[in-house]
Design a protein around this ligand. Structure first.
Ligand SMILES: Cc1ncc(COP(=O)(O)O)c(C=O)c1O
Length: 305
């Protein structure tokens, strides 16, 4: 298996950093999770919304004052080359990481610490089983506010909270955690955005509710409004509104569209995958593997013959 680091493709065993690396000590890095979806029917890989993922990575870089020598187009080319080199003919997870790579353990001035970029592509099946509804727990950990830690981009340091929340939920026998904001309103899952359905309307927390602006979230909003004709509202959500909603689902690159059947030991709707959630899941899965001609521009096709 090959990786890309410091401008070169190298054997993944050689893609190493020093114990002195700034990002390892302080979480001064930003990353993306991108999926390449394998379509057996035409022996091709479809990378989902690669451009939007790299645009978000570069927004994270701007916040952390990481200056990469690459444009979105360069990063896309590096990714395609690595997938071809690894000859992966299955679903893959693409993990780019832009980080403060200098060996400086006692410097808190971002502008003095130099940067690096690494990329790995790994075989990746399902993260959460989407064929059934999952059971969630409201976390005792709160989502940080953007005023404490920028929440609209994927900064590695921010994920300590998400990992504590996911670990707590799974250790208590649940599948996933839902994080509230400091004021008790709903933010998102540990690695997913949240949608609830009330009276045939989709409602999701806004950017100002400290939710990551997910690319799956954006795709679902577009598919729901344009293809199914459902109204989507971005607004603050009270915790108790979730208990009383008709359906809840989570969205994310790893989790796709996952139905929530139970929250804090209360059934959501029937507890099974709801009607609207199922419609959105079916549409989304056809788009992912390039089987919906209207949304082919969301997919970068790589033929792997
Ligand atoms: C905290 C968090 N929220 C939401 C998402 C969903 O974002 P996306 O759909 O871009 O993967 C992710 C995954 O990247 C995440 O880590």
């Amino acid at each position: 298996m090959w990786a890309f680091i410091s401008g070169n493709q190298v054997d993944i065993k050689e893609a190493k950093v020093s114990i002195m690396t700034h990002a390892l000590h302080y979480g001064t890095a930003t990353f993306e999770g991108i999926r390449g979806n394998w379509n057996e029917n035409n022996n091709s890989m479809y990378i989902f919304r690669m451009k939007e993922h790299y645009e978000r990575l570069l927004r994270g870089c701007k916040i952390l004052r990481i200056e990469l020598p690459y444009s979105v187009e360069d990063l896309s080319e590096i990714t395609i080359d690595l997938i071809k080199k690894n000859n992966l003919k299955e679903d893959v997870y693409i993990r780019p990481l832009a980080y403060k790579g200098a060996e400086m353990v006692a410097n808190l001035k971002l502008h003095e610490v130099s940067d690096d970029f690494a990329l790995v592509t790994l075989p990746f099946g399902s993260y959460i089983d989407n064929s059934n509804s999952i059971r969630c727990q409201t976390s005792s950990w709160r989502r940080p506010m953007d005023s404490s830690m920028p929440t609209g981009v994927k900064l590695t340091g921010l994920y300590t909270t998400n990992i504590l929340a996911k670990t707590e939920a799974v250790s208590a026998g649940f599948d996933e955690a839902i994080l509230l904001n400091q004021d008790g309103t709903v933010s998102e899952g540990s690695g997913e955005n949240l949608f609830m359905i009330q009276n045939d309307k989709l409602i999701t927390p806004a950017e100002t509710d400290n939710a990551l602006l997910g690319i799956t979230r954006d795709s679902v909003i577009e598919l729901a409004t344009k293809e199914i004709g459902i109204d989507v509202q971005e607004r603050r959500i009270h915790r108790s509104e979730l208990y009383l909603s008709d359906e809840i689902f989570l969205t994310g690159t790893a989790a796709h569209v996952t139905s929530v059947g139970e929250l804090d030991n209360r059934k959501i709707g029937s507890g099974e995958i709801g009607k609207i959630t199922k419609q959105i899941q079916d549409l989304y899965f056809s788009v992912l593997v390039g089987e919906n001609s209207k949304y082919l521009d969301w997919c970068t096709k790589i033929s792997m013959d």
